[in-house]
Design a protein around this ligand. Structure first.
Ligand code: TRP
Length: 370
């Protein structure tokens, strides 16, 4: 295999909604850094619309309508189509074929043990309603995604570790059964706690559209203000400004941890040199939530303003966005088709590449006699 030394990234998202600050902190920011680090030979981002269908089969329109939105989100945070290939899963038939072969290398018992899928089954009520086989098996399709691109590195959140583990098992089993063919990938998870998970503005563990607790990358400044001032959870024991307050579990401070820099203090809140000083004051008492929220809004605008500007630039030229996706997808088709060909030839089911594989009549006769 000539791909073993190359450093190749594959990562992806289910296009079930616009991307929000949780995505930004948890993955997008990192992807842009990795893209610009110059350390990787190839970077691919897969819009996993087929995976999204495994629990939205009755609503393909929801996924369809979010594909361009997600591409816009990528472009607006700084994903550069000259450095990163952005592609759509459903237009890559090699992934479907690979999934079908890999299914035979995994037991249903093994799939049932996947903790992330288990939790998702609970959350979606599939335990009572009936579990779609496609949803149950989506980790296998994710293994197809990863191996089809010969990915060596898969940057993901912690909840995706079981998928990478499953992929590695499939790779090992495939290579043992059919000969060294597939590249063994590694997960790359966020190093610091701050990148792991940004809570919703209401303090719930996760930002989710149905809870209305998200700040979207595409939200205008009025909406951001409304979410922070109107909904952001602070410290319920901090009733009067003079009262001592808690910064732990206080969403305003969690967001400041994720976004603010010392420079932001110089510009917007020169009473403090840094976040530690501000937190100390809040804990002692005497610092009001209103001041903290106002500062946070300024800090968030520092990040969101440029993203919003970039988004509206691209949104004014949707033809170009569509073209970026088409070009990326074509490139991905070539790559994934090549992997499928390699897989089929390792399995010796490439019957029409080499006539002797099924067309050596003398060998068949000999075997029949033996
Ligand atoms: N399962 C991932 C998620 O829900 C999305 C995804 C699909 C993915 N295919 C992938 C991530 C391949 C990394 C690599 O976020």
């Amino acid at each position: 295999m000539d791909n073993t030394q190359k450093q190749i990234i594959l990562t992806g998202d289910r296009p079930t909604g616009r991307l929000h600050l949780g995505h930004y902190v948890g993955s997008l920011r990192r992807r842009v850094e990795l893209q610009n680090s110059g350390k990787f030979d190839e970077i691919n981002i897969l819009i996993a619309d087929d995976q999204a269908l495994t629990d939205n089969a009755d609503n393909p329109g929801k996924i369809r309508d979010n594909i361009i939105n997600v591409v816009l989100d990528y472009l607006s945070v700084g994903i550069d189509p000259n450095k990163t290939t952005i592609c759509v899963q459903s237009a890559l038939p090699a992934l479907h074929a690979l999934t079908f072969y890999y299914m035979n290398l995994v037991s249903t018992a093994r799939l049932s043990r996947n903790p992330t899928v288990k939790a998702e089954i609970q959350m979606r009520g599939f335990a009572d309603e009936g579990l779609p086989a496609g949803f149950f098996a989506y980790p296998v399709s994710q293994a197809a995604d990863i191996t089809a691109f010969d990915a060596t590195v898969v940057p993901v959140g912690e909840d995706q570790l079981p998928m990478i583990e499953q992929t590695r098992e499939i790779v090992e089993k495939f290579n043992r059964t059919y000969g060294e063919t597939l590249v063994l990938p590694k997960a790359m998870i966020p190093e610091n706690l701050m990148q792991r998970r940004l809570p919703g503005v209401d303090g719930k563990a996760k930002m989710s559209k149905s809870l209305g607790n998200c700040i979207y990358l595409s939200d205008d400044s009025k909406t951001v203000k409304k979410q922070v001032n109107g909904k952001m959870f602070t410290d319920p024991t901090h009733l009067r400004i003079e009262d001592p307050g808690h910064t732990e579990g206080n969403v305003v401070f969690t967001y400041l941890d994720a976004f603010c820099t010392d420079d932001d203090f110089k510009r917007f809140l020169p009473d403090y040199a840094n976040l530690d000083e501000m937190k100390d004051h809040y804990r002692r008492g005497g610092l009001g939530d209103g001041t903290c929220k106002k500062f946070l809004i300024n800090v968030l605008e520092e990040t969101l303003g440029p993203i919003r500007a970039e988004r509206s630039k691209w949104a004014a030229d949707i033809d170009a966005v569509y073209d970026i996706l088409l070009t990326g997808t074509k490139k991905a088709q070539e790559k994934t088709n090549a992997t499928l060909a390699r897989v089929q030839s390792a399995m010796r089911i490439d019957y029409f590449k080499d006539r002797s594989i099924i067309g050596d009549w003398e060998r068949l006769l000999r075997n029949a006699e033996a």
